[in-house]
Ligand binder design. Structure first.
Ligand code: C2O
Length: 541
């Protein structure tokens, strides 16, 4: 492979959206940040120079980082953050991965504006498993606040209440012409009639799952999270934050302008959500559409905001292209509850949660706390005591009616607990949603791995009944699974990548509240089964 080097100057940059200008954090002044295009097998060397007053780290979402966990990026997990004025160089090689991934800041809520596509093309002389498209476009879906997003989350943290919802969704950084003052702030994708086009959708929004459709065009889904899938046709796709979906479209309609539109899927009916719609334009270039007299673009049909049936059918359509060799037998059977909880309000605290509480979130009743004085990986490798414990529970401390109506109060324990995995062990993990505070979808992302999604369903997972629903033939391979509202998902992976790997909800507000844990995967016996030594410039806390 080749080497791709770059410099990321992380800096404040004035950007105007929705009639207001404010200073946002960008990479090299670009919003969204630069898209990286490389090939499978290439090595990336990216120097991050922090010119902001905040701590910064960059995560290469979905890159397996085999033996290079030091380059993964989540702050206080695999590295201490790059402090204001500091520099750190991420070095890693792409091993047997191709498709659409992305990169984003992994520190506080910086990823609201610090993100970009990471596109991995097949090796030279290798092709896609479909006819080569005439052109390709990365399409990054985002979320925009009029306020500084870091202030939004700091307010929520200080009061223990839900943060304010976004003011707009964006497509490649632009909200589109359905918003105030935004008639020119719309992304246009020029195409020719009669072409096949590969659209690489990435949901980079902080807290919102998004439906996307294109007026008049059906989409052939061919990949998700940089794994190919058995192609299927759909008129709408849904992406949870963290997920990517590649689709092929054919420009076979009469030459005109067609909207690409994105808006929220909000499973939790009682919670407020941003109900605005972002648009971009697919513009067939025929030279027959003069400026001002152009007809308005055709509108797509989007599902209702709470259309869980569509979402369920869509996620059930994902299959691997061919039968897979599923890792087995299972060595570790894990059962994790994922959901929100409440902390009692202490004297002197400001508490904006329901009934004078503070909102929190947990996995198996442990609300994840970052260590701040070290990173978990550094503490593990240098055997620094007192930073974390390895007693993360394999199942919830008490069994209860997880998805019922009156499941009572959960007061989680704030702690930094890891679950230790022997190198090479086969892990099967049931992710069980809870409806203690509110039932919601949780897009659960695992760093350092792809996993097979064996099944998803509603209600409380029941091994006697639900094991029969497992797809053991051609389950899809992904890095982020949407655990359905009031439901569960079962994933399986081999712990063959040593390091400390975060598992968390990709709704940033939930990770802020502690919906996270980490696996500590031990080194294997062979040299090629051990973590590489830390880079010399690895930041200290
Ligand atoms: Cu895309 Cu832990 O993140």
């Amino acid at each position: 492979g080749l080497t791709f080097s770059g410099v990321y100057n992380v800096q404040g940059t004035p950007v105007k959206r929705l009639c207001k200008s404010h200073n946002i954090i960008t990479v090299n002044g670009q919003f969204p940040g630069p898209n990286i295009e490389v090939r499978n097998g290439d090595t990336l060397i990216i120097t991050v120079s922090n010119r902001t007053p905040y701590n910064v780290t960059i995560h290469w979402h979905g890159i397996r980082q085999i033996r290079t966990a030091w380059a993964d990026g989540p702050e206080f997990v695999t590295q201490c953050p790059v402090k204001p004025g500091g520099i750190y160089t991420y070095r890693f090689t792409i091993k047997d991965q191709e498709g659409t991934l992305w990169w984003h800041a992994h520190s506080s809520w910086l990823r609201a504006t610090v993100y970009g596509a990471l596109i991995i093309h097949p090796k030279e002389k290798k092709n896609y498993p479909f006819l080569p498209p005439k052109r390709e476009y990365p399409i990054l879906l985002g979320e925009w606040w009029d306020q500084n997003p870091i202030d939004v989350i700091h307010e929520a943290i200080s009061t223990g209440s839900a943060p304010s919802i976004s003011d707009a969704f964006t497509i490649n950084g632009q909200p589109g012409d359905l918003y105030n003052c935004s008639s020119k702030e719309i992304t246009i994708f020029p195409v020719n009639p009669g072409e096949t086009i590969l659209l690489r959708f990435i949901n980079a929004a902080l807290n919102t799952e998004l439906f996307v459709s294109i007026a008049g065009h059906s989409m052939m889904v061919v990949a998700a999270d940089a794994s190919y899938v058995k192609p299927f046709l759909t008129s709408v796709i849904m992406l949870a934050p963290g997920q990517t979906t590649d689709v092929l479209i054919t420009t076979s309609l009469p030459p005109s302008r067609y909207y690409i539109a994105a808006r929220a899927y909000s499973s939790a009916e009682s919670l407020p959500f941003d109900n605005t719609t972002a648009t971009a334009i697919l513009d067939y270039d025929c030279g027959c559409l003069p400026g001002p007299t152009q007809p308005p673009p055709a509108q797509p049909i989007l599902p209702a905001f709470n259309d869980t049936l569509t979402v369920t059918a869509f996620s059930a359509a994902f299959k691997s292209p061919t039968p897979v060799k599923l890792p087995s037998p299972v060595d570790e059977h894990l059962f994790f509850t994922v959901g929100l909880g409440l902390f009692d309000c202490l004297p002197g605290q400001i508490c904006g949660g329901p009934n004078h509480t503070r909102l929190t979130a947990s996995i198996n009743n442990v609300s994840f706390v970052l260590p701040y004085s070290s990173s978990l990986l550094q503490a593990h490798k240098l055997a620094v005591p007192g930073i974390f414990t390895t007693d993360f529970p394999a199942k919830p401390p008490v069994e209860f009616d997880y998805t019922g109506k009156n499941v009572g109060r959960e007061q989680p324990e704030p702690a930094t607990k890891l679950y230790k995995l022997r190198f090479g062990s086969v892990v099967q993990l049931v992710l069980q949603g809870t409806s203690i505070v509110a039932a919601e979808n949780h897009p659960i992302h695992l760093h350092g791995y792809n996993f097979y999604i064996l099944a998803e369903g509603f209600g409380d997972f029941d091994p006697a009944r639900d094991t029969e629903k497992f797809n053991l033939i051609d389950p899809p391979l992904r890095n982020t699974v949407g655990v359905p509202m009031k439901g569960w998902a079962v994933i399986r992976f081999v712990a063959d990548n040593p390091g400390v790997w975060l598992l968390h909800c990709h709704l940033d507000v939930h990770i802020t509240w502690g919906l996270a844990m980490a696996f500590l995967v031990e080194d294997g016996l062979g040299v090629l089964e051990a973590l590489e030594p830390p880079p010399l410039d690895l930041p200290l806390c």
